[in-house]
Write a protein that binds this ligand. Structure first.
Ligand code: ADP
Length: 151
């Protein structure tokens, strides 16, 4: 079984995240979309809401499971028997950041491979923090979030 963990904040999930998971569905048997909980971080959408959004997005994809976690991503992978961490890359900035994280994770457990998917160009400018700013200021975020989400 090929089991992957797609870790992130998903505050909120965007069409970019949705596309990465859909494309990864042909590579893996199970994909855990794993919401990292960091008590020092202030989120716009609470955990239950973020979870509901992700569940609605993948309601017809039986490979996807939504969970939250409060530990190291490699420890979560060990608990779930997952050998792959899935991440999306939009640009050079993402690459530099993701590269360092993947090296650190490899140092901690070399059995776990990080798999990067380059985003589809049409989603490369979407990021959760801009979506949050638009939402906070009363703008319409429908174009940036999955169709299945009803606000
Ligand atoms: P984090 O706080 O861990 O960066 P995010 O929820 O922002 O969590 O992102 C989770 C993953 O999704 C990261 O690998 C990020 O690079 C990727 N990602 C975010 N937005 C997009 C997008 N528009 N297209 C492809 N990948 C994306």
């Amino acid at each position: 079984m090929k089991i992957a963990v797609f870790p992130g904040s998903f505050d909120p999930i965007t069409r970019g995240h949705e596309s990465i998971v859909n494309r990864a569905s042909s590579l893996f048997d199970i994909i855990y979309v794993a919401i990292g909980v960091n008590h020092n971080k202030k989120y716009l959408f609470d955990l239950e809401t973020r979870k509901k959004f992700i569940e609605a997005t993948f309601s017809s994809n039986s490979k996807v499971k939504v969970i939250d976690y409060k530990k190291l991503t490699v420890e979560l992978c060990q608990d779930l028997n997952a050998n792959y961490i899935l991440r999306g890359l939009r640009n050079g900035g993402d690459y530099d950041y993701e590269y360092s994280i993947s090296q650190a994770n490899r140092q901690m457990d070399e059995r776990i491979e990080t798999i990067f998917l380059a985003t589809e160009p049409k989603f490369s400018a979407i990021n959760s923090s801009i979506v949050r700013d638009i939402y906070r200021n009363g703008g319409d975020i429908k174009a940036f979030i999955p169709d299945a989400i009803k606000l």
